[in-house]
Design a binder for this molecule. Structure first.
Ligand code: SAH
Ligand code: SF4
Ligand code: F3S
Length: 408
């Protein structure tokens, strides 16, 4: 049977899909393009209503073409019921591996034992699953359950294998990597992976400000392979809103972390996540977010328009910011980011940087990332994907840099 996995959501879902692929291959199924597939597996994301709406449409389309369909991943109970009426099977991620499905011969109780199908140069490695934080807007604690950290030995082994397979960018993933507790601290885990022989970079996401400790700063500084890039979601620049979000820190505390990071690692690039239009977010609250963004000068901001989700605490609050207003606030933040980044990216012009080439976008055109996670477009007649290359920056835009291969 030919199968196709369709993945929605975060890198952790991607990683689960890579395990599903290995497992199905081991069961004698054959991975294929959507047009040739007889069986579809949708790995779903519930973070926003729009994601689940798209998934429902996709599922209906697949079934209207008389294909077999499994839906898995992050689903709320409400959506699960509805999906059960559309799909042949609705299973949790664990159940995909442990449930006897008619077309699968094997079973696996601990799906982390299954090696993800690697597609160098990037290796996603979930080091933990679930979340204990219950931010008032977020479904993750309901869809993924409580926090569970994988044993460090398992993770180190998986990293070694990925590096042997040619992966050069190791992403350590979790909803809150700072609270990793699989037999050692997160910092120690980074030290251990940094010791593995080979030419590769280590990245991680996400960190939570409440668990951020200064030893992570020392670790980033001392481990050469750990990149100078930090995603530290703030969600809002306003203390009142943070409280309603159940994010247990103040903006002063957040800023202190950022200043410590910047002081100790001057060339760090910073990204954050922000939700606009949370219930009760007035102009003055939003203004504080704008102020924070201007002050910190983030390199990237992942902006989400607040989307009410069943089961969460915030679902009981009044969704009182209109969609137009959410869009307007999103646009304001995007404009600031654009302006600040244009200035920042300009300073790269003429400089030489090391880039890991991640993909080919068209003939003679490639996309890569610097160790600070800046996007670089490279034109070259050589096949570059999967290699570290030295690039001279010849142009820039708010969203990235353009470079050409430096002569050796
Ligand atoms: N664990 C990470 C992020 C998890 S979800 C953290 O704590 O930061 C990824 C991002 O989706 C969040 O950072 C948040 O900005 C956004 N998000 C989560 N729930 C949302 C909702 N209901 N509406 C809009 N954006 C949401
Ligand atoms: Fe969601 Fe908060 Fe957990 Fe992040 S920390 S996954 S936003 S509940
Ligand atoms: Fe979505 Fe689940 Fe990730 S809800 S963002 S796929 S943890």
């Amino acid at each position: 049977m030919r199968y196709c996995v369709i993945t929605y959501g975060c890198q952790m879902n991607k990683n689960d899909s890579e395990r599903i692929s290995t497992f199905f291959d081991e069961n004698g199924l054959e991975s294929s393009l959507p047009e040739n597939a007889e069986l579809f597996i949708i790995n779903s994301c519930s973070i926003r209503q729009s994601a689940i709406d798209r998934i429902r449409e996709k599922a209906k389309k697949i079934k209207s073409e008389n294909k077999k369909l499994i839906i898995t991943g992050c689903l709320l109970k409400e959506d699960k019921k509805e999906m059960q009426e559309i799909a042949d099977y609705v299973l949790s991620t664990k159940e995909i591996f442990s449930n006897p499905l008619p077309f699968l011969k094997k079973k696996e109780e601990n799906y982390f034992q299954i090696e993800p199908k690697r597609n160098p140069p990037t290796a996603n490695i979930s080091i933990m699953t679930g979340c204990n934080n219950f931010c008032s807007y977020c479904v993750v604690p309901y869809t993924k359950g409580r926090e569970f950290s994988r044993p460090k030995e398992e993770i180190i082994e998986e990293a070694k294998k990925a590096i042997e397979k040619g992966c050069k960018e190791i992403w350590l993933l979790g909803q809150n990597v700072n609270s990793y507790s699989g037999g050692t601290s997160f910092s120690n885990l980074l030290y251990e992976i940094n010791k593995i022989k080979g030419d590769f970079w280590i990245r991680f996401t996400s960190s939570h400000p409440k668990d951020f400790s200064s030893d992570l700063i020392d670790t980033i500084k001392s481990c050469k392979k750990v990149t100078n890039y930090l995603n530290l979601p703030v969600q809002s620049g306003d203390d009142e809103i943070l409280k309603k979000m159940n994010r247990p820190y103040t903006i002063d505390q957040y800023k202190k972390i950022i200043y410590d990071v910047k002081k100790n690692i001057p060339n760090i690039t910073l990204s954050t996540d922000i939700i606009v239009g949370f219930p009760g977010e007035k102009e003055k609250n939003f203004h504080n977010t704008v102020k924070l963004i201007n002050e910190i000068n983030f390199d990237m901001i992942y902006i989400g328009r607040y989307s009410p989700r069943p089961q969460t605490e915030a679902f009981k609050m009044k969704n009182d910011v209109s969609q137009e207003e959410k869009k307007r606030r999103e646009k304001i933040i995007t404009e600031i980011l654009k302006e600040n980044n244009l200035k920042k990216n300009k300073t790269y012009k003429g400089k030489n940087v090391k880039v890991l080439v991640l993909k080919k976008i068209k003939e003679n055109s490639f996309l890569g990332k610097t160790q600070c996670y800046k996007t670089v477009l490279i034109e070259s007649q050589d096949e570059l994907v999967g290699n570290f290359v030295k690039v001279k920056i010849i142009n820039y835009s708010p969203w990235g840099l353009k470079g050409k291969i430096s002569p050796k």
